[in-house]
Ligand binder design. Structure first.
Ligand SMILES: Nc1ncnc2c1ncn2[C@@H]1O[C@H](COP(=O)(O)OP(=O)(O)OP(=O)(O)O)[C@@H](O)[C@H]1O
Length: 583
């Protein structure tokens, strides 16, 4: 119940729909129970006492009862559906919103396929319970309650005997519940794994094909698929045993009651019509009890799903305590200062950055070089606040970075990454992604400055060309130039170029570098690069080793200091003689 209690905020505001649905259900149940009573009256009064004149009225009463029941079923169904649909609409929006604001930390371990299945299959299971399952629980209580009342009215001893049989059914139902709930959790997890497998396969198709892993991928998928199949079969086995057993116990109860009821009728303490009505009513009790398995099944599924949804909702959103626009009237300058900054990721023991100190004044270009894993990208993660520093101070325009709201800060930072992600929409939309209100003139101007206008113009539909998923259909260099144009449109004060030219050939690199120089004017720029050629014009180059700054200076200064930078430079220039000498 805890799960449903915690999800209350989503369904409680729409309780009026549920109440309407329940009121209608009340009428439906009432009409259902009236039917055997009319039958009893027909047998005992109209037929046995030969009052045939009332039969047309009784027939009319049945028609009215059925018509009323029909209308009530419609209302019950409609409002029940509305309750579920509106609730999960809100729930889905909240989940999506939550995903937007979860920190990168969360996505380090999250799996897309798993998230997709939570936002679709789990949300649907929850909706199904709200729309249908919940009402089934109430229906069970009402039907059993109403039927019992009428049964007591007809015969107290027979009703008491009926009640004595119910615990046997209850035991089977509770055993079923204990086994079915873990089974459903397993199915949900297995489906999520299957989704993850498919999603990763499609996203990583290039890698799969490049490494000729198609057959292995098929085997891996078949393993996940087999697991899913097995989990379903396990559940089917539980179901398969449960229903015949319930049916058997139910029928034994019915036969036993019929015998006892027949005896009471022969004795004269029960009318034949009452016995017939009683027999219908017994099935109104046995039926829902047998169906309880189905209801529990639904309840278990939605509980398992609700738990998985709560896992997302309970995640801590990224911290953003600053009130936006603290510096409303001040112009953003883009000066970045690091003072003794360290960073340790999550549970890791080893720090990714240790005691980093530097100053990047307005318009200056800082180059970051070092071996892979030395901490270059981690510096950027801190400037953009994708991750939070573990210690030290980061100042932007002389104020602590925490004083800026994350939105405000990121609006001033343009990032061009090694891999550009483009959405499957038009080039124009992709260019305007950071500033949807930007004019077409500005878009074209930015594309020209990023040296992208020319190739965009040659596309059949120009700026309106719809790109494939992740920008499929464009070359690496073209995607990079779109990313640069996107950064120009943002007009940021801080520009970050994270290994932005490593994936393109030398000729394209020269073109992109030219575009970069255009964008870098007047902005504080951080250039991360493996190629020395990309950073040699920087005002200061910071060389990192194992998360620490081991050297700093201009290109010339660093060449003269004969340290790590010089070593990288020599290797890149293929100065084999030098390398051999040193070795
Ligand atoms: N999200 C993360 N979670 C945990 N550890 C991380 C994360 N990102 C980076 N690291 C670790 O931090 C260290 C520094 O990584 P970083 O990405 O900053 O290096 P880099 O110099 O940019 O490397 P490369 O040149 O390969 O991009 C590495 O040991 C890396 O494993």
């Amino acid at each position: 119940m805890e799960t449903f209690k915690r999800l209350k905020q989503f369904y409680w505001p729409f309780k009026s729909y549920f109440i309407w649905s329940l009121l209608a259900l009340f009428i439906v149940t009432g009409m259902t129970v009236i039917y055997p009573m009319i039958l009893q009256f027909t047998i005992d009064y109209a037929i046995r006492e030969e009052n045939y004149g009332v039969i047309p009225y009784l027939a009319l009463a049945i028609v009215v009862v059925m018509a009323l029941k029909g209308v009530a079923v419609y209302i019950h169904q409609y409002f029940g559906d509305l309750f579920g649909i509106i609730t999960v609409h809100r729930l889905r929006n909240t989940l999506y919103r939550k995903l937007q604001y979860l920190p990168f930390r969360y996505y380090d371990n999250a799996k897309t396929g798993d998230l997709m299945s939570r936002l679709t299959a789990d949300v649907e299971a929850f909706r199904f319970f709200l729309s249908f399952g919940c009402a089934q629980v109430v229906n069970f209580v009402l039907l059993v309650g109403f039927s019992m009342t009428v049964m007591f009215y007809y015969s107290v001893p027979l009703t008491l005997v009926t009640m004595a049989m119910l615990p046997f059914l209850a035991i089977v139902v509770s055993k079923f519940d204990k086994r079915i709930h873990p089974g459903f959790r397993g199915i949900r997890k297995s489906l999520a794994r299957l989704n993850t497998k498919v999603q990763e396969n499609v996203s990583g198709m290039h890698t799969v094909k490049a490494l000729s892993q198609e057959d292995q991928e098929i085997v891996r998928f078949e393993d996940s698929n087999e697991d899913y199949r097995q989990k379903h079969l396990d559940i089917s086995k539980i179901w398969g045993k449960y229903f015949p057993l319930m049916e058997f116990i139910g029928n034994i109860c019915a036969v036993f009651l019929l015998a006892f009821g027949g005896y009471l009728t022969i004795q004269g303490s029960l009318q034949p019509g009452e016995l017939v009505a009683f027999f219908s009513l017994i099935w109104y009790i046995l039926g829902p009890i047998m169906n309880l398995g189905f209801i529990i099944n639904m309840f278990s599924q939605s509980k398992a799903s609700g738990e998985r949804l709560l896992e997302i909702l309970d995640e801590e959103e990224r911290r953003d305590d600053a009130v936006p626009r603290v510096h409303k009237n001040e112009e953003f300058v883009g000066e970045v200062i690091f003072r003794d900054v360290s960073l340790t990721y999550g549970e890791k023991i080893e720090s990714a950055l240790k005691g980093i100190t530097f100053e990047a004044t307005r318009g200056k270009t800082i180059g970051l070089v070092g071996a892979t894993g030395s901490g270059k990208s981690s510096i950027i993660q801190l400037i953009t606040r994708f991750y939070e520093r573990s210690s030290g101070d980061i100042l932007i325009d002389g104020k602590s970075i925490d004083q800026f709201s994350i939105k405000e800060l990121r609006e001033q930072i343009g990032v061009v990454l090694q891999e550009t992600f483009l959405f499957s929409s038009t080039i124009r939309d992709n260019l305007a992604y950071g500033r949807p209100d930007v004019s077409m003139e500005e878009i074209i101007e930015a594309a020209k400055r990023a040296d992208a206008h020319e190739f965009i113009s040659t596309l059949p539909e120009g700026y309106e060309t719809v790109l494939g998923e992740r920008g499929l259909g464009l070359s690496g260099g073209q995607k990079q130039r779109i990313a640069i144009a996107r950064a120009i449109i943002m007009d940021p004060k801080i520009l970050i170029l994270d290994d932005a030219t490593s994936a393109v050939d030398m000729q394209t690199e020269v073109k992109i570098q030219k575009a970069f120089r255009e964008v870098m004017k007047g902005r504080t720029t951080f250039v991360i690069a493996h190629r020395i050629s990309s950073v040699k014009h920087a005002d200061e180059i910071i060389v990192l080793e194992d998360g620490e700054i081991c050297e700093r200076g201009t290109h010339q200064e660093l060449l003269h200091s004969n340290g790590l930078y010089r070593k990288i430079y020599n290797i890149q220039n293929q100065d084999q003689e030098y390398v051999l000498q040193r070795a």
